[in-house]
Design a protein around this ligand. Structure first.
Ligand code: 1CP
Length: 348
């Protein structure tokens, strides 16, 4: 099947679709009972990420229910620091915990040799998923962008203030820059290896792009993204890259024009009319329904989805959420949304 026959890839190539293709960030996960069953069988969350058979199964689960236009590899952005040798655990209900790296001297704890060997199970999952998805469904690979991955590596887990990671970046930009440089290199190679294994596009998740002021945004979000895209494109010139600089606000504009990404993911706070005029005239956009609408459901969900479709529908567009599906989402509400998206524009 050619790209033109996969609506998701066709939209990424810059062609408007009669019915915009869709997928949902975190479309696999705890809101699905069948995910919770496999997760219990796997042991820990990381065991699931490194088990090609089970990672394939949970990747396919949402497609069976909702027939999204794209599958996203089931994994996590934190397998990259883990493969660099940083200790990582996921405690039930608590999120990730890492042994923090907070100075140039501590960078020596990270090792690049063996990186791809440790990630072999992920590449194997990509190969299996590609072989198992329907013909008209595309496969998305992904990684965290350096700034966001560094946030977890330096803070040692989730954070509210980002005081440790910002503190290091502001106090010692050369030392912190060495961590970012390392992440640029391994992330570009990691994404390229996912493509070698069968991924047809890749998304860079910069979930914490929105916490930096303008100067540091340029240096730690925009520049590293630009370098990853350049290094990745040297290996795979025709494979599209989707950037998702969550919370970037007014900086979405320079991110769209300077990062080199082929398409841009909009978070929930981005006004669609502004984005249609300012960003979508330059590149395909993806987004941006508030995931809480999938918790609420009903008329509010329907109205919000239709509003997004009406604003972005005539140009290259991929329908998605503005952030990931949350665990308390009733699966029936996702079914209602999928039904609406498959019926549009006839439904209105
Ligand atoms: O208990 C469980 O089952 C673990 C919950 C979970 C899941 C389902 C985590 C832990 N990660 C994932 C999968 C995941 N993570 C995917 C799978 C593909 C999909 O279906 O979309 C993806 C793309 C991610 C990416 C990810 N992990 C991001 C970027 C996107 C985002 O949500 O902002 C981030 C920031 C992470 C870190 C992470 N992993 C897991 C948690 C709970 C977190 C967030 C921690 C925090 O709140 O800071």
């Amino acid at each position: 099947m050619t790209d033109r026959q996969k609506p998701f890839l066709d939209a990424l190539a810059g062609n408007a679709q009669q019915r915009p293709p869709f997928w949902l960030m975190r479309q696999a996960g705890r809101y699905l009972p069948e995910y919770r069953a496999v997760r219990a069988q796997a042991g820990g969350f990381l065991d699931l990420c490194y088990n090609p058979e089970l990672a394939t199964e949970v990747t396919l689960q949402p497609l069976r229910r909702y027939r999204m236009d794209a599958a996203i590899l089931f994994s996590d952005i934190l397998v990259v620091p883990h493969a660099l040798g940083q200790a990582l655990t996921f405690q039930e209900g608590e999120g990730p915990k890492l042994d923090p790296v907070r100075s140039a001297a501590e960078l020596s704890r990270l090792r690049r040799d063996g990186f791809h060997e440790r990630l072999q199970p992920v590449y194997e999952a990509v190969r299996r998923i590609r072989g198992a998805i329907p013909e008209d469904t595309a496969l998305i690979g992904f990684a965290g962008a350096p700034w966001t991955v560094a946030c977890y590596m330096v803070e040692g887990g989730g954070s509210k203030e980002f005081a440790q990671v910002k503190g290091w970046a502001y106090r010692d930009p050369a030392g912190f820059g060495a961590l970012i440089d390392l992440l640029v290199d391994v992330t570009a190679d990691y994404l390229a290896a996912q493509v070698d294994a069968g991924a047809e596009t890749v998304q860079l998740f910069d979930s914490w792009a929105g916490v930096l002021p303008p100067g540091p945004f340029r240096r730690w979000v925009l520049e590293p993204t630009r370098r990853i895209v350049a290094r990745f494109k040297a290996l795979h010139p025709t494979v599209p890259v989707i950037g998702f600089p969550r919370g970037a606000g007014l900086q979405y504009d320079i991110y769209a024009s300077e990062s080199g990404v082929d398409a841009i993911g909009l978070d929930t706070t981005v006004p669609p009319v502004w984005a249609a005029r300012t960003l979508q005239t330059r590149l395909p956009v993806q987004g941006n329904l508030d995931p809480i609408h999938l918790v609420t459901g009903g008329e509010a969900l329907r109205d919000a989805a239709l509003e997004i479709l009406e604003v972005f529908g005539g140009r290259p567009f991929i329908f998605n959420l503005g952030h990931g599906v949350v665990p308390q989402t009733p699966p029936e509400h996702v079914a209602e949304l999928a039904h609406l998206l498959r019926a549009w524009p006839e439904i209105v």
